[in-house]
Design a binder for this molecule. Structure first.
Ligand code: NAD
Length: 302
């Protein structure tokens, strides 16, 4: 497909949180390439308060005025069934789900309130689950689906003042890896992106000249490729922003082995501590089976 214009004619895309930022860029793009788009947005504040229909309506208006097909949905993402029902009622199918809706409740761990934790879990973790859960039976039945979940560098690396958000965002990696495994035989491909883009979520923490090189539109090509029928990519984690796209993966250090016939003690482990963190010749595990192989190999050694 390289060099060809990717199109999505006859397919239905649900983009959650599509009233602004990255979600809007996805929605406008897919509509411009022939897809039917459900523009979901609760229309609340960046920290998850309030709601209004205007954000989704404005995006739908922009799409339809350019000749595209889109309908608005104003549900909270925790009402995933209702969001997917909007796709089925209006377009008869759901092919691509982009779990993108998000909020921030940044605060140091010391000052975190249950509400800050719970709201973040609700939108990012439960919301992504509910939407995927509602879309899954349709995708299985039609033996076709594309799911793109949204993580964050804050989840992959941690970020001061964002422990709620970091926990929720790394959850999307594990969630996606399992969906990718369960979806593969039904041609449901699932990937997770850690984007960086100028939006109302980043406007307060980045200067305008930086935001200028991080347009949400620069994340679109990756999402477009992953969502396309020609893609075979599944279970991958991508870092994407400002036009740069790269896969991320786990890395394992050399490691140490304590033997049952050795002195199996914390002191013995401390003697080998340098090996525990020796990344000079790393391996790149892809699952637990790989760990068992390592153990078996190690046991064979004299
Ligand atoms: P944004 O605030 O511009 O967009 C998020 C949208 O989600 C908003 O329009 C909001 O109204 C909507 N939304 C919030 N809660 C909702 C709910 N419960 N139900 C339905 N809609 C809801 O922010 P963005 O930067 O475009 O973020 C999009 C996604 O990318 C988020 O998941 C965010 O965590 C993630 N992300 C963004 C960045 C970045 O640099 N912008 C970095 C890492 C991750």
């Amino acid at each position: 497909m390289a060099g060809q214009q990717l199109r999505y004619d006859g397919q239905t895309v649900v983009v959650t949180g599509a009233g602004g930022g990255l979600g809007k860029a996805y929605a406008v793009f897919f509509a411009s390439r022939g897809a039917n788009v459900v523009v979901n947005d609760l229309g609340g504040s960046f920290n998850g308060l309030g709601g209004s229909s205007s954000m989704a309506d404005l995006v739908v208006k922009e799409i339809t005025q350019s000749g595209g097909k889109a309908v608005a949905n104003y549900d909270d993402v925790v009402n995933g069934e209702s969001i997917i029902k909007t796709a089925i009622d209006n377009f008869g199918r759901i092919d691509i789900l982009i779990n993108n809706a998000g909020i921030l409740r940044d605060i140091s761990f010391k000052n975190m309130k249950d509400q800050d934790w719970d709201l973040i879990m609700k939108v990012h973790v439960i919301g992504a689950y509910k939407c995927a859960r509602a879309a899954w039976p349709y995708m299985r039945k039609q033996k076709y689906g594309r799911v793109i979940n949204t993580s964050s560098a804050a989840g992959l690396f941690g970020s001061f003042g964002q422990c709620n958000y970091s926990a929720a965002k790394l959850s999307q990696v594990g969630f996606t890896e399992t969906l990718a495994k369960e979806g593969r035989k039904y041609n449901i491909l699932c990937n997770v992106i850690a984007p960086i883009a100028g939006s109302r979520l980043t406007a307060t923490v980045m200067p305008p000249e930086v935001l200028e090189v991080l347009k949400p539109e620069y994340v679109v090509p990756l999402v477009a490729v992953l969502a396309h029928t020609s893609s075979d990519e599944s279970g991958a984690i991508f870092e994407v922003g400002g036009g740069r796209v790269a896969k991320m993966r786990w890395e394992r250090a050399k490691g140490a082995l304590l033997r049952a016939d050795d002195s199996f003690t914390p002191g013995a482990l401390l003697k080998k501590w340098a090996d525990v963190g020796d990344f000079s010749k790393p391996s790149h595990p892809e699952g637990p089976a790989n760990f068992m192989e390592l153990l078996e190999d190690a046991q064979k050694l004299p």
